[in-house]
Ligand binder design. Structure first.
Ligand SMILES: O=C(O)C(=O)C[C@]1(C(=O)O)C=C[C@@H](O)C=C1
Length: 265
């Protein structure tokens, strides 16, 4: 019976197409901030655990780090159950992903077909391990490499999803002002595109809200909150804001430009 109900739920008539507007994509980005902040908090529970990243913990028959092993295999499992049928999801290792084994859900076709070729996960991967981790993770080794890799994976997926959401932001903006975007796209004017899609005041709100979320979600809670001055945080709130300022927002904008450059293909 469960199977029947599921099949009915997925029939085309019952699926309300997702509507993308500037408001709705911004709402989605705001909700994803929560996931990213929680992801930082969860990863910060473990020390650096550098063996996770190739410091000697070799997996027989696998040329790569423990983190890579976990991510590749988890992506393969999730691909089989349809994760990457959703255009909002982008794998880190798209090479050799197994096909989905489940009936496809009719996701709204909102993006230009070229969107699938925009995937900057290789740069996100490098940045995450080389630059981000050392910013908010304590040094040390507690042996929890598998748990560490699992928390890296969910944080990486959250960051990647947020950055690649730029495709949806860009498509909304293009549809709203095609006359302004088209000449810039034809001229391959990256700078002009960057300027047109930038809203400084929105970026400032994002940074401030993320810092506040890191404070609210990440404060160490005690019963005698008498002296608010002694509140401590699981992740330095200014690091969360810096992460957005220096990497997440700029990369979301890079994805927008990259997507727009192919928009008229
Ligand atoms: O909200 C937008 O318009 C976006 O394009 C998203 C975003 C961001 O990454 O937060 C990026 C560029 C804009 O300058 C403002 C914010």
């Amino acid at each position: 019976r469960m199977g029947m109900a599921k099949a009915e739920e997925l029939s085309l008539e019952s699926v309300k197409g997702k509507v993308y507007t500037l408001d709705s994509v911004r709402e989605a980005l705001i909700r994803q901030e929560d996931t990213i902040v929680f992801g930082l908090i969860e990863r910060a529970k473990f020390p650096m655990n550098s063996h996770t990243y190739g410091g000697g913990e070799e997996i027989p028959g696998f040329a790569g780090s423990l983190a890579e092993f976990v991510v590749k295999n988890t992506e393969a499992v999730q691909a089989k159950v349809g994760r990457y049928n959703n255009p909002e999801e982008n794998p880190f290792f798209p090479e050799n992903l197994p096909p989905s084994l489940v009936p496809p859900y009719p996701f709204t076709e909102f993006l230009h077909p070229k969107a699938a070729s925009v995937n900057i996960n290789k740069s996100i991967w490098k940045l995450y391990f080389d630059e981000l981790l050392p910013l908010f993770v304590a040094s040390g080794d507690d042996g929890n490499y598998a748990q560490t890799a699992a928390s890296d994976l969910s944080l990486l997926q959250a960051i990647s999803r947020r950055i690649h959401y730029g495709k949806f932001v860009a498509e909304v903006k293009f549809r709203e002002s095609a006359q302004q975007y088209e000449p810039l796209i034809r001229a391959e004017d990256k700078e002009g595109l960057m300027k047109l899609l930038t809203f400084e005041s929105v970026e400032e709100m994002v940074r401030k809200r993320v810092e506040k979320k890191a404070k609210v979600f990440g404060q160490n809670v005690t019963l005698n909150n008498g002296d608010e001055k002694n509140v401590t945080y699981k992740v330095d709130p200014s690091v969360a804001a810096t992460l957005y300022k220096n990497w997440i927002i700029p990369l979301t904008k890079d994805v927008q430009v990259e997507y727009l450059l192919h928009r008229l293909d």
